[in-house]
Each structure stands twice: as structure tokens, then as C-alpha cells.
Design a protein around this ligand. Structure first.
Ligand SMILES: CC(=O)N[C@H]1[C@@H](OP(=O)(O)OP(=O)(O)OC[C@H]2O[C@@H](n3ccc(=O)[nH]c3=O)[C@H](O)[C@@H]2O)O[C@H](CO)[C@@H](O)[C@@H]1O
Ligand SMILES: C=C(OP(=O)(O)O)C(=O)O
Length: 448
């Protein structure tokens, strides 16, 4: 078990490079299963736990996968299985994205049900509705979902009740090999959808309109492997922007695409942060007191839910009262309790949180309740008095490459320690040997 230890009070300056986007690379790796000829080469694939997990899923399906120097190669010419086991799907929801490619290519697939996760129930009804509209028969049992089609899937007109990112991706992938044309209405518009469409088109697919609310996919007979570079991670970029702003810093975020960050940039500017975008990145200068603003999460191009907790950290350090409203996931305020341990004053009322600014944050032992909550606690730790210990690091490892190293490169004081979990034997021994101290936690810096 690991923890991040953050000692607050350092101003961030310098330059930090953004890695490839987690939320782009995962669907792209899933899409590489569609390549019946040749291999796919996926460049700028970040070394994240989630990437390792989906690679394992592909291997379990019979694909050949290599990963070196942030480049993944996938040879999916011969697949030996169409079943994605619980072992991997339970670790990461995005594994469910192999369903569309497997169903359309093999006519049959069986996937473990992705569990609900901390931020909400996260149903998959829209994915299944799309597959059914294309002629698949869906059955559920023993924790698995099975989908079958008689021959090729058929193109269909599909309206999504919610503009789900995952459903748009899964249906788009399934439609690439379907017979005829699929029109997907109320599709998600996120940059990661566009990246996936570019990857699919490179494989020989005919996807038009990605990035708009209506995507048209003309089915083709066969797809081949392709070489593709993943877009930079807009949420990682936004996280460093928030870190720079809270510390009163001046940081250049190399690789950040300002067009992907419109809503985040707009809110930071409203708060009094100066943003200079150029073709290679974004410079963030925070040289004035921050002002409170209200934030409402929405599907792209609205303010991203994946930046909500980091923004909340920033609002704690600003002047005035802010209201943050979460409309995408019904349970994404668990970081509030953790911020409160750091002396924050936040009141949750339904889907909104009311944040009292000018918080005198104090270091505390806190836990990352999900990936972005972890990043937000570290951001708060940057300005807290004393030391903040952030547990639940496995969540953070799902989505941030070398977080401590990147922040330290900007002048932060953060390091990772491994903590041995208490052993029952040690507890028993400590009870038996009264007066003799037995350490329950042995703390060892990973770099020692
Ligand atoms: C790997 C990846 O890319 N993850 C992102 C993706 O998750 P993910 O693709 O899972 O998120 P969705 O866009 O599907 O979810 C958005 C909303 O739609 C609901 N919904 C979704 C599918 C469905 O069949 N039925 C349904 O009701 C969800 O419960 C949620 O309330 O988009 C989210 C919203 O931007 C981000 O927070 C995640 O980081
Ligand atoms: C919620 C997130 O990811 P996932 O959909 O993979 O859980 C996230 O990236 O913040």
C-alpha cells in the first residue's frame, strides 16, 4: 500500500509535459481488436494501471500485445476467445469497451458485468440498446452479459437517451463492420470520441461527424491495423492548471490543447487566472487573489466532471462562496468529507456543494475516494499548512503518470511512501507484550 506525502507552501513554476489521454487510449486499444490484418501501433500510450489492465484483457482474447516506451503494438489477426473475464473487467469499467468490437467482428461475446463504482451506478443500458437496435440478442446471467448476432450486425438509427461517452464509443466501434449505415443521435462530443473515430478511419472505417451530436457510420467488410498517436490528456492538463493556480504559480503545460480545455480555461479566467495558450501548450499565471465562481459539470463542451474535484480544491482557496453542481454522476462528492478533514467548510445539498472560500487548509490524513478526488486532495495539500498524507493511491495510479515527479519538477514537495499494512500477528503480539512497542505501520519511502 502506498501514500503520497505532500508538504504544502511551495509555489509552482516551470514546465510540465502532459501524457497521452487515458480516456482516449483505452477505447483505442479496444478498437484495435477490429484489425483483422496487420498490427496497430499506438503511440503516446501512457504507462497507467488502466492501460496495463486493458492490455491484459486483449491478451486473454488471444491478441498479441507489446508495450514499450509508451508504444503499444496489437496484433489482433487471430483472436482465440470472445469472453472478457471478471478478473479484468471488474478492475476497470472501460474493459467493457471490448464488447462492441468483439460482437461486430466475431458475432458473439460474453463480458463480465462492469461493477458500479464509487462515483455513481453507471448503467450500461444505452450500450445494450444500441447493440439490440443493430440486431444483437442480449442475455444476462451469472454476472455476465452475452451478445449474439445472426450474421453481421445491421446498421440502424440509434438515439441515445444520455450522451454517454462509453455508449457512443461502443456503438461506433460495433457499427464499423455492420451491414449498412448507422446513425447515432445525441452522441457524445468529447475529443476522445474524435480521437477514436480518427483511429477507426485509419483502420479503414467510414465514420463521419464525430465531435458533433450526430455520427454516421457506414459499415465496411474488413479493418486493418494502423499507426496512431493518442491525443494529450486534457484532464491531466487541467489538473496541473489547477495545481499551478492554487499555488500562485507560473507554469507552462506542454502538450495541453487549449481547444479541448475551453470550459476549464473560461472558469480559471473568471477566477482571475491568466491563461496564454499557444500551439504547443498553455501557460498559466496566477498572480492575483482567486475569485469564487460557480461551476456546473456537463457533457463536453461543458465543464468536465473529471475536473470537478480539482476545481473544488481551487475554490477552497479563493475569495467568496462558490457553488459546484455535479450533473453527470450522482455520487461524485465523496472528496467533500476528505476536504473537511483538512479544515474545509463545504455543505452538500443534493447535487450541489456550497464551498466557503479563503479556507485555512490544514494537512491531514485523507483518502482518495476516486482517481480525480486523489488529485484534488494533492492539490489542496499544496497549500495546506503542514503535511497531508493521501491514501488510496491505487485510484491515482489509474490515471496519472508520475504525478509526484511531475509536481516536484515544478517545485512541489511531494513523495510517495510504501506502507506495510498492519498484520494481525503484529497486533496480537503487541497486545501480548504489554509495554513493548510493536510498530503497526512500517513506513518506507519508495526512493530510499
Ligand atoms: C474511460 C472513460 O472515458 N471514462 C470517462 C467516461 O466514462 P463513461 O463512458 O463511463 O461515462 P458516460 O458518458 O457513459 O456516463 C455519463 C452519464 O451517463 C449515464 N449512463 C451511461 C451509459 C449508459 O448506458 N446509461 C447511462 O445512464 C452514466 O450513469 C452517467 O451518469 O465519460 C465520463 C463522463 O465524461 C468520464 O467521467 C469518464 O472519465
Ligand atoms: C471516472 C474516470 O474514469 P473511469 O471512467 O475510467 O472510471 C476518470 O477518468 O475520472
Amino acid at each position: 500500500m502506498s501514500k503520497f506525502i505532500v508538504r504544502g507552501g511551495k509555489r509552482l513554476t516551470g514546465s510540465v509535459k502532459v501524457s497521452g489521454a487515458k480516456n482516449s487510449v483505452l477505447p483505442i486499444i479496444a478498437a484495435s481488436l477490429l484489425g483483422e490484418e496487420g498490427q496497430s501501433v499506438i503511440i503516446d500510450a501512457p504507462p497507467l494501471d488502466d492501460v496495463m489492465t486493458i492490455n491484459k484483457v486483449l491478451e486473454s482474447l488471444g491478441a498479441g500485445v507489446t508495450y514499450r516506451d509508451e508504444v503499444i503494438t496489437v496484433n489482433a489477426e487471430k483472436l482465440t476467445s470472445c469472453e472478457a473475464p471478471y478478473e479484468w473487467v471488474s478492475k476497470m469499467r472501460a474493459s467493457f469497451l471490448v464488447m462492441g468490437p468483439l460482437l461486430t467482428r466475431m458475432g458473439h461475446t460474453r463480458i463480465s458485468l462492469p461493477g458500479g463504482c464509487a462515483i455513481g451506478t453507471r448503467p450500461i443500458d444505452q450500450h445494450l440498446k444500441g447493440f439490440e437496435a443493430m440486431g444483437a440478442e442480449i442475455s444476462l446471467g451469472q454476472g455476465y452479459i452475452e451478445a449474439r448476432s445472426q450474421g453481421r450486425l445491421r446498421g440502424a438509427k440509434i438515439y441515445l437517451d444520455v450522451a454517454s461517452v462509453g455508449a457512443t464509443q461502443n456503438i461506433m466501434m460495433a457499427a464499423t463492420l455492420a451491414e449498412g449505415v448507422t446513425v447515432l443521435e445525441n452522441a457524445a462530443k468529447e475529443p476522445e470520441i474524435v480521437d477514436l473515430a480518427n483511429f477507426l478511419n485509419g483502420m479503414g472505417a467510414k465514420v463521419r461527424g464525430a465531435g458533433t451530436g450526430v455520427i454516421r457510420i457506414e459499415g465496411v467488410e474488413k479493418l486493418s491495423g494502423v499507426k496512431h498517436t493518442v491525443i494529450p490528456d486534457r484532464v491531466e492538463a487541467g489538473t496541473y492548471m489547477a495545481a499551478a493556480a492554487i499555488s500562485g504559480g507560473d507554469v507552462y503545460i506542454e502538450g495541453a490543447i487549449s481547444d479541448h480545455l475551453g470550459s476549464v480555461i473560461a472558469k480559471l479566467e473568471e477566477m482571475g487566472v491568466t491563461i496564454h495558450p499557444d500551439e504547443n501548450g498553455v501557460r498559466v499565471i496566477a498572480d492575483r487573489p482567486l475569485k469564487a465562481v460557480d461551476v456546473k459539470t456537463l457533457p463536453y463542451p461543458g465543464f468536465p466532471t473529471d475536473m470537478q474535484s480539482q476545481m473544488m480544491a481551487l475554490l477552497l482557496a479563493s475569495e467568496g462562496t462558490s457553488v459546484v453542481t455535479e450533473t453527470v454522476f450522482e455520487n461524485r462528492f465523496m472528496h467533500v468529507d476528505e476536504f473537511q478533514l483538512m479544515n474545509a467548510e463545504i455543505k452538500v445539498e443534493g447535487r450541489s456543494s456550497i464551498i466557503t472560500g479563503n479556507a485555512k487548509l490544514k494537512g491531514a490524513k485523507v483518502t482518495a475516494t476516486d482517481l480525480r478526488a486523489g488529485a484534488a486532495l494533492i492539490i489542496a495539500g499544496l497549500v495546506a499548512e503542514g503535511t497531508t498524507e493521501v491514501g488510496g493511491v491505487h485510484h491515482i495510479d489509474r490515471g496519472y503518470v508520475h504525478l509526484a515527479e511531475k509536481l516536484n519538477g515544478l517545485g512541489a514537495d511531494i513523495y510517495r511512501i510504501s506502507v506495510e499494512e498492519p498484520k494481525l500477528d503484529a497486533v496480537k503480539a503487541s497486545n501480548e507484550k504489554v509495554g513493548e512497542e510493536v510498530p503497526l505501520f512500517k513506513v518506507q519511502p519508495t526512493w530510499a
